[in-house]
Ligand binder design. Structure first.
Ligand code: ACM
Ligand code: ZN
Length: 622
């Protein structure tokens, strides 16, 4: 090489060096998100680079699409700091949002990325919103770096039309802003129904103007039982949503393509109403708003015409607040004890000519009378009922949809009877259950064992149903009851990341479901949880190990792993590992019996220390 060439080479190197310093790093989006889209076809090359001021082009005179554009801008800002520019002006380059109603599923969308454009085309505005959620979740979290979207075509649509999440704000009142935060979480997970459990033995939470005592008296309890003791905290607890506030929630949810389904639980779980209007109970009371949990024998008197008037009064205002096609009227856990000895209830049984038989008692048929009454009233207002699976007892109301919670039996029976079904079996989808087998290190929960993997494993289409009958399963829902959940931070912990597993059951096609693959995608979603400062459970991030006895070498080979491949530090002498302990780089070859302690190090996520005893199987050594 001549001196001149060497010099040129040096200059070239320095220019390249300068360029490296002056160009900001480009981070790429990754479309492996939760819930997993139906089809992702990555192009061989090409990318769209998001920059400050990239246009988001949406159709004129379409408020929903304007909202969608604003959501996209908000989400991109949140993850990348880049400010997009929503506009209705046609541009050659930018992100184009549009609706093509001929798509088979209104909630489906295509997301196409080329060098010049990102196009999100939905079967409806809701479909566009889900495309935006996919784009949002694909983005890396960056500060100051550029973001490139690899060229791709994604075709996606939901598996189930009804994708629900239930929040009980009655056992513990949850404030308006937290309810909105819950709705944001649902939206992030492509969930489109918010089942709002508004009345309980422990509190009435929705203003009913023609029945003011429901909230004046029924929304407050004197105190609350402490954990699983027999002691009480001595602090009044309560709160309710005015109709204006409830409408605000309905609108907030609707902006995010979520329908709010209110639940007024009847004829059981009614002590707060009975406290306000004791004449509605079989014994006439007095009744107290319950300060503890369980199932009360005191329920609405089914023989009293005042009860029927009460149902009409309440549901008449509920339909004015909530435009949802479905109104949930509960129907669960209604003991018939009082009805059996109540002259009014027995007189009603006689007047209706009800007779018990081998299938149901007369009182179970009486419960059907109440549910039928509520259904008829709601049908007359153009609405449909959902009830818990107990509404099967005594015969289903003609148009009722069944929410199957005591396992799948009720759902299967309802589908046999050609009624619509929403699956929410407690053994898979009750998020008030413990999410680890190690209960001691968990906050108090109602019971049960429901780790992430078990939630994920749920298949909502029982084999007992024919293909034709399976069509009656319109969807899946998880429920968060709040007996032991007194703050929303605590609720977040119970919800996340189980809501992510739920979303994949609800949205992704069955053949795309794979738990290992789901776990590999979870860290990307959790980055978003961190940005939102959600309080989530971290069990999925625990260190896992694989031990192999190598009798040839006389060692045990121990491989350690986390789903996000974070740095792992370990000790072998029983001490607690810190960042100064050795860094795990490759499989450990352990020669002497010891205890491995290891910890994964991350800026945001703390997990428990991994501990594993290792024995050396000397007998088999050569
Ligand atoms: C229920 O869990 N009682 C529906
Ligand atoms: Zn009665």
């Amino acid at each position: 090489m001549t001196l001149k060439n060497k010099l040129l080479g040096l200059i070239g190197l320095s220019v390249a060096g300068l360029m490296m310093f002056s160009c900001t790093e480009v981070k790429e989006a990754n479309y492996q998100i939760i819930p997993m889209p139906l089809d992702i076809q990555l192009a061989e090359q090409g990318k769209f680079v998001l920059t400050e001021g990239t246009s988001v082009i949406y159709p004129e005179n379409n408020e929903k699409m304007q909202n969608n554009a604003n959501f996209l801008a908000e989400y991109v800002k949140e993850k990348t700091g880049i400010t997009l520019a929503p506009t209705t002006e046609a541009k050659r380059k930018g992100i184009i949002l549009k609706v093509e109603e001929n798509q088979e599923k209104p909630e489906g969308y295509t997301l196409k990325v080329t060098t010049d454009n990102v196009t999100i085309c939905g079967g409806s505005e809701a479909g566009v919103f889900y495309g935006i959620q996919t784009l949002r979740k694909s983005l890396p979290v960056v500060q100051g770096e550029k973001v490139a979207l690899p060229a791709v075509e994604i075709n996606d649509e939901p598996r189930f039309d009804y994708r629900g999440g239930m929040l009980d704000v009655a056992r513990h009142y949850i404030e308006l802003d937290s309810v909105k935060r819950f709705i944001d979480m649902l939206a992030m997970h492509n969930i489109n129904r918010f089942h709002w459990h508004l009345s309980e033995d422990q509190g009435w939470r929705i203003e009913i103007k023609c029945r003011p005592l429901l909230t004046e008296k029924g929304s407050m309890r004197k105190e609350t039982i402490i954990g699983k003791t027999d002691k009480y905290d001595g602090k009044p607890h309560g709160g309710f949503f005015t109709q204006e506030e409830a409408k605000e929630i309905v609108a907030y949810a609707a902006d995010r393509y979520i329908t709010v389904i209110p639940e007024i639980d009847m004829p059981g779980h009614m002590l707060s109403a009975l406290h306000a209007y004791p004449e509605l109970g079989c014994t006439g009371g007095p009744y107290d708003v319950w300060c503890h949990w369980g199932v009360s024998k005191d329920v609405l008197c089914a023989g009293n015409d005042a009860t029927l008037k009460f149902i009409e009064d309440v549901l008449g205002e509920i339909v004015e607040i909530f435009p949802s096609e479905y109104i949930h009227i509960g129907g669960d856990e209604c003991p018939k004890t009082r009805w059996e000895s109540c002259p009014k209830c027995q007189a009603r049984i006689k007047a209706l000519g009800i007779k018990g038989d081998e299938k149901h008692t007369a009182e179970e048929y009486l419960q059907s009378f109440i549910i039928n009454y509520a259904e008829k009233f709601l049908n007359s207002k153009g609405r449909q009922i959902i009830g818990w699976d107990e509404i099967l007892e005594g015969g289903l109301a003609p148009n009722a949809t069944v929410m199957s919670w005591r396992g799948e039996k009720g759902g299967i029976e309802a589908a046999h009877q050609k009624h619509k079904v929403i699956m929410t079996p407690h053994t898979y989808l009750y998020f008030d259950y413990y999410q680890s087998y190690d209960r001691k290190s968990e906050p108090l929960a109602i019971g049960g064992k429901l780790p992430l993997e078990r939630v994920y494993s749920y298949n909502p289409l029982p084999k007992e149903l024919s293909a034709e009958e399976q069509k009656y399963i319109i969807g899946v829902q998880a429920n968060l009851w709040t007996e032991y959940i007194s703050t929303f931070k605590y609720a977040e912990y119970m919800l996340l990341p189980r809501l992510a597993a739920l979303s994949e059951i609800q949205w992704s096609s069955a053949d795309k479901r794979n738990y290992e693959c789901f776990l590999s995608r979870l860290p990307r979603l959790v980055e978003l949880y961190d940005l939102k400062q959600y309080n989530y459970a971290t069990h999925a991030f625990n260190i896992t190990s694989n031990l192999v006895q190598d009798t040839n070498e006389g060692v045990v080979k121990v491989a350690l792993k986390t789903i996000d491949n974070c740095p792992i530090h370990y000790t072998l002498d029983g001490t607690e590992p810190t960042t100064s302990s050795p860094l795990y780089e490759d499989t450990l070859k352990i020669k002497e019996a010891c205890t491995i302690n290891a910890v994964g190090i991350r800026p945001n996520i703390k997990t428990r220390i991994f501990t594993q005893k290792v024995e050396i199987n000397k007998a088999e050594q050569k």
